[in-house]
Design a protein around this ligand. Structure first.
Ligand code: AMP
Length: 582
């Protein structure tokens, strides 16, 4: 089947060709001909990312009466982000069609602009239910000429409590309007809306009912509750090029996990309902541009975030409504790419995992948490692969080669590689050296499971204390002094006169706290105190009773940062994460 065979207008065909659409997706094959033939109401069970917007958008545009400037189609969707995205897509589909007017109507933005746009005359309204109802109550939109109503992500709209708003809006659309409801799942409340507001809807399912896209593989780690965060970290370390969303259950958990990741040096940030719209926009922009590798989010906040090339979805905790798992996993494996949806659970949650397996009609691949050695191996290979694929610029490099060859003279290629690896991975290798592996949760509560120097997770964010693997020393140096983990470890080893195994490092602006073996702490503190760092006099003291404040699961972002309480960002993870300009 081709787009031409649908009989769409040449202008629409030109626009979608320019967008790179070559063949219709399965949901488009099912939906487009039906809508073009006006075949009555329809319920389509389809996943996020399957091309739903074009499935309803192209026929709507094709059938639009361009000379009329009154609403002919109403698209309702759960979030502002999705609303903007659908509007953007419709405008792109209409790029070569004259006189198409689409307006996005959503909360959290100036209503006056939206009212003015409506007054100028529009043919398609894309709206979130709350704002649409507000506008209807003000008498500022007339839905009496609407011929098509699309309920996109209906299950999500109902999960978000929009049932009454939806009903009130639908009551203002003509009985003759055709409705099309999209949903990833078909829980009872969605079926009830369909029964009440649709006439004998034809039901189609694209792919398996509730199944994730086949391009997604599903993996599960069963670990002790206390190792959940350590597991997340190890997964992120094992996949250095990870670009994904970490889903949490609550806003507080989202903030806590994001704070911990930031503190541990990952390019991460949080997205949840406690943030202002400006903060959310800024986080999403950073994530879209890949300045962030990991976005820690709640289900609701991540809706409508249109990023097609996510490598991983990580379920830090399973959603309360297990049906949301398909929404989550559907965010990866999009646009023909493959993706991995990872679930971290404890033994008690195995029943839920089985429920999900039945729902998606696929079994999880049960995995053990990567060991330190596996992580180091994966990172080394990743680094080598990047080295192999780097574009060479001989003009720039050749002139320096004679000096480099001279400097390396007498060194075998094996030694060069050994030194290169030590230099690049010194901190990572040391970090994982001797770190105990995260063991699977087998239901035996006595089995120890720890992650070397990492502290354990306390999801509530209350009473957090680091897992002590050694003594903690504090030094009056920080990022303001250009201190990095590598400089710190080098300085400590030099001062100690031998290799010192260093645990967790927290670098703040003007102060750094690090862990060292208990029996070496006193001697080290003294040795370090007798040195200077880049000409600065240093003061080293025990940091036991004077712990720096930990991120506590939900201080308001702006305020905490302003008071200097936020953890320092991206400074001290052993894997030295940097935004990768992909
Ligand atoms: P949607 O489910 O509408 O959010 O679409 C998911 C992604 O797939 C969007 O980035 C679309 O631009 C893209 N897309 C939709 N239909 C096609 C198609 N037929 N060919 C290629 N990409 C498509």
């Amino acid at each position: 089947m081709t787009f031409e065979e649908f009989g769409l207008s040449p202008e629409i065909l030109q626009a979608i060709a320019a967008m790179g659409f070559e063949t219709p997706t399965p949901v488009q094959v099912e939906v487009i001909p039906r809508l073009l033939k006006n075949r009555g109401d329809m319920v389509a069970l389809a996943q996020t990312g399957t091309g739903k917007t074009a499935a309803f958008g192209l026929p709507i545009l094709h059938m639009l009466k361009h000379d009329l400037r009154s609403p002919q189609a109403l698209v309702l969707c759960p979030t502002r982000e999705l609303c903007v995205q659908i509007t953007r897509d419709l405008e792109a589909f209409a790029a070569h069609t004259q006189g198409v007017r689409v307006v996005a109507v959503y909360g959290g933005a100036d209503i006056q602009n939206q009212l003015r746009a409506l007054k100028r005359g529009v043919q398609i309204i894309v709206a979130t239910p709350g704002r649409m109802l507000d506008i209807l109550r003000r008498g500022r939109a007339d839905l009496s000429g609407v011929e098509r109503v699309i309920l996109d992500e209906a299950d999500e709209m109902l999960n978000m409590g929009f049932q009454e708003d939806l009903e009130a809006i639908l009551a203002q659309t003509p009985d003759t309007a055709h409705s099309l409801l999209f949903s990833a799942t078909m829980p009872r409340h969605v079926a009830a809306i369909a029964r009440k507001h649709m006439r004998d809807p034809e039901e189609i399912t694209v792919g398996h009912l509730n199944a994730g896209a086949e391009t997604v593989s599903h993996e599960c780690y069963v670990v002790h509750q206390r190792d959940r965060y350590a597991t997340l970290k190890r997964i992120a370390d094992y996949y250095p090029d990870v670009y994904g969303i970490v889903f949490c259950r609550t806003r507080q958990e989202t903030q806590t996990v994001a704070d911990w990741l930031i503190r541990d040096g990952y390019n991460a940030d949080s997205l949840h309902g406690d943030l202002s719209q400006t903060q959310r926009d800024s986080v999403m922009k950073k994530f879209r541009s890949r300045a962030l590798q990991l976005l820690v989010a709640t289900d609701v906040a991540a809706r409508g975030l249109d990023v097609t090339d996510l490598t991983h979805i990580i379920n830090y905790n399973l959603p309360d409504e297990l049906g949301s798992y398909t929404h989550r996993s559907g965010r990866t494996g999009r646009a023909g790419k493959t993706g991995v949806s990872i679930v971290i659970i404890n033994m008690r949650e195995k029943g839920k995992a089985h429920q999900i397996e039945r729902m998606i009609n696929t079994e999880f691949a049960y995995r053990t948490v990567p060991t330190g050695r596996e992580i180091c191996g994966a990172q080394l290979l990743n680094h080598i692969a990047r080295m192999k694929s780097v574009e060479l610029d001989p003009k720039q490099i050749d002139r320096h080669l004679p000096q480099i060859y001279e400097a390396l003279e007498g060194m075998s290629w094996k030694e060069v590689i050994q030194r290169f690896v030590s230099l690049e991975f010194e901190t990572l290798l040391k970090y994982y050296q001797g770190a105990e592996d995260v063991r699977p949760d087998t239901g035996d509560s006595r089995s120890p499971a720890r992650d070397g120097h990492q502290r354990r997770e306390r999801p509530s964010g209350k009473g957090q204390r680091a897992e002590r693997s050694g003594a903690r020393l504090s030094v009056n140096l920080g990022t303001a002094d250009d201190l990095t983990p590598r400089k710190l470890t080098g300085w400590i080893s030099r001062a100690g006169g031998q290799y010192v195994r260093i645990g967790r490092i927290e670098i703040m602006d003007r102060r750094t706290v690090f862990e060292v073996p208990v029996d070496e702490a006193a001697a080290l503190a003294q040795a370090l105190g007798n040195t200077s760092f880049d000409g600065r006099t240093v003061r080293v003291e025990a940091a036991g009773s004077d712990r720096p404040r930990k991120p506590s699961g939900g201080p308001p972002r702006g305020k905490a940062a302003a008071k200097g309480k936020a953890p320092s960002k991206g400074k001290h993870h052993p894997s030295k994460r940097k935004p990768r300009g992909r």
